[in-house]
Design a protein around this ligand. Sequence first.
Ligand code: FES
Ligand code: FES
Length: 919
Amino acid sequence: MERIRLNVNGQDYEVDVKPNWTLLKVLREVLGLRGTKCGCSSGDCGTCKVLVDGEAVKSCTILARRAQGKRIVTIEGLSQDGSLHPLQEAFIATGAVQCGFCTPGMIIAAKALLDKNPNPTREEIRAALDDNLCRCTGYVKIIQAVELAAARLRGEVKKIPVPQAGEDGQIVGRRLPLRDAVAKVTGRTVYVGDMRLPGMLYGRILFSPVAHGRIKRIDVSRAQSLPGVRAVVTYQDVPPVAYNSALRFKGHDIPRDEYILTDTVRYVGDRVAAVAADDPETAERALRLIEVEYEELPAVFDPEEALRPGAPEVHEGGNVVKKLEAAAGDVEKALDGADYVFTDRIKLPIVTHVALEPHASLAEFDATAGKLTVWSANQNIFATRIILSEIFGLPVNKVRVIKPPVGGGFGGKLEAVLEPVAALLSMKTGRPVLVEMNRREVMVSTRTRHSAVYYLRTGVKKDGTIVGQDITAYFNTGAYATSALNVTGAMIDKAFRLYRIPDLRVTAYSVYTNCPVGGAMRGYGSPQLVAAREIHLNKIARKLGLDPVEFRRRNLVRPGDINPRFGTSLGNCRVLDCLEKGAQRFNWEEKARQPKGEGRFRRGVGVAAGNHGNGTFGVHVDMTTVALKMNEDGTVTMFTGTQDLGQGGTSMMCMIVAQVLGLSPEQVEVVEADTELTPWDLGTYASRGVWVAGNAALKAARSIRRQLLEVAASVLGVKEEELELGGGFAYCRHCPDKKVPLGDIVAAAQLSKEGGREIKAYESFASVAGPNSYGVHLAEVEVDTETGRVKVLRYVAAHDVGRAINPMYVEGQIEGGIQMGLGYGLTEELIVDPASGKVLNAGLKGYRVFRAKDMPEIEVLLIEEGEPPGPFGAKSIGEASTVPVAPAVVNAVADALGVDFDELPVTPERILAKLRGRP
Ligand code: FES
Ligand code: FES
């Protein structure tokens, strides 16, 4: 240890550090300034940025002792005298904050820019933020926020206008900030990795370096004897209970093929052992002292190869997890009668979520009480509770799972991956244990989007009418089944809801391989289906000489159309409106005719339609419960098991409750996602937030409203029908002076002489329909034929959202979805070495997500035609937003070059190979 002096946020500190400690470690662990986040530790994400003598510096890349004598400013030091910095205000006002994990680093980077350049161009802002990743916002609102703050700092804007609820009492439809935005912009949000409990230990996991093998010998003695190590566990220490990390509810019928730690590893990255130690460095050292000898087994990495006779078996009993098939009409007859039949094989990659917050779980087992408490960045706390209760044989009420704020999920935190490990280590040590993954581990050893191979056969009439289609897909679930059945089932369902194809068959195989594990990821099967199908349809349009917009116009579903599979209505599906309005905004007619160019740079345009669901209706019951409690000052406390991941789920619910009760959203406080305190919920997935949780909030609020009016009527001596709620009062519609504050109504109810009562509601809402949300995306690109690089020049996204409860949140979901989808189309792929099974590009250097400079200008159009029975007509957007992106942009590249693609992502290498005529 050496003693160094640091000046942080204007204060001098003397601290003892080890020579290899980074500034980030010292800020977070020694000074407790955990507003500065760690998204990668490798200098690739920017979440750890702080100002060092006015420069934005990635604090994970510099040693603390090198910062001596310099002025360091962290996010905690940005607000002055209790007032937010204009950048912080602007981030709140423009909706530049979602999960908030990137926010401190973004604001710091923006501050460094504006301090030097008070009037930056948009391109200069993009450049300054280019090494700060955000996975939620698509950078659109972040850039707007920086522009707004710059204008404020230059004095051109007097005050940053933070939107408020209207005086007219209208809340739904307004662009109100997230309820927790202030905490996020000031670095006060405490994510799991920021939590510290007395006596807490640090857990690390040892992962398999071989793709398939049996452990012949494992020796943990050297690790165990390392000072500071408190426990080392292997497969010999885990309960012999197989589970499925994607369990959704008690009794969910899915394959249970996984253990906490295994003696038979099935992919490079499988969990072999775990360590708990006094500090992360000791835990890391201990991992390296564990000796493991493997008997290597043959492995298979391709789903089609895994189905061939004699292929290595990943699990006993064969590699098909399940074959699912659904059909409407007579496909073969339809194809026989078609004027043309087109076929394609399209291959889609493994991709990963890249939520900026790495996975983390903190577990504390109280042996005296026999009670396990787990704090986890988790999208399904009630299912995780069941999994933990079954593995450890604990009563359900002795397991408590709490979800602190989550730094982005996108499906990657839906499954219980770390929680059982953290729980086991806590049970072994009797102390709280925090297990965090590094970025590489998150990418390899949590969950991914299933890679897939699609075979499509489509029958078309001469006029461009699709008459029949046969789709077969092979989904690579990797080493464990997890969500395989749900994802393929959901994918099949969507196939029947986008085009009018009376004769349609979809077959899907979920296949085990020795690849990283597939699981839930934003879109849940829809991005794979829509990418393959929309690329295929574009090729057909070109071969028929039809304009791709016109081709879609002839075939897309219309409002009230019937799902040919079930004979049920598709609801108010407005995809045609999306197509027409999107094409008009894009100026498609003109753009599609523009010359592609003949030189090095070629331009092209592409279009794609897409759809995704609203909840799990039709698959299993889709229910949640919301509890509301009125307080004596007229405020409300809401209890919900819904897990807000930063997308604004609970803020949206507050808006609904406030709208019904005539309050402002800030008057609704939320107790969120704690299995001990909040009612049951099915989890934050399947785009069920607004559709199910929003409806439950609406139902509970209406119940409260009825009770308030009933008591107010007796207090005021008027009929209930004459009363209205607004501005925190119940008042008589015809004589507004006759009014009573809501708090007085609550007190009157509590102290009523007829026997007191609490004004409260505990309302369950079970979904009664499952319509889809739709979108049409249009992209313009420029392709460099010498380098293969693609620049996305312009992007228009038109979405059928029913009704936007908060247009700012809805746009934010769409803009973020586009960033993720562009990566799916052009840059993102986890590359698995076909010889060793190792992921060759784990980490943010090798795995390329779209950064601020890569993003195009985005225009979002919202089609708000209402979708009963959504709350106020609203339906989902979080997943639908990402579905049409990849095919839209790939179709644009194909248009620019006049070539067809059959494998994503369309990287520069693949483009150059196509141009040079290589397969
Ligand atoms: S944590 Fe420092 S750049 Fe990612
Ligand atoms: S708000 Fe940027 S990563 Fe979530």
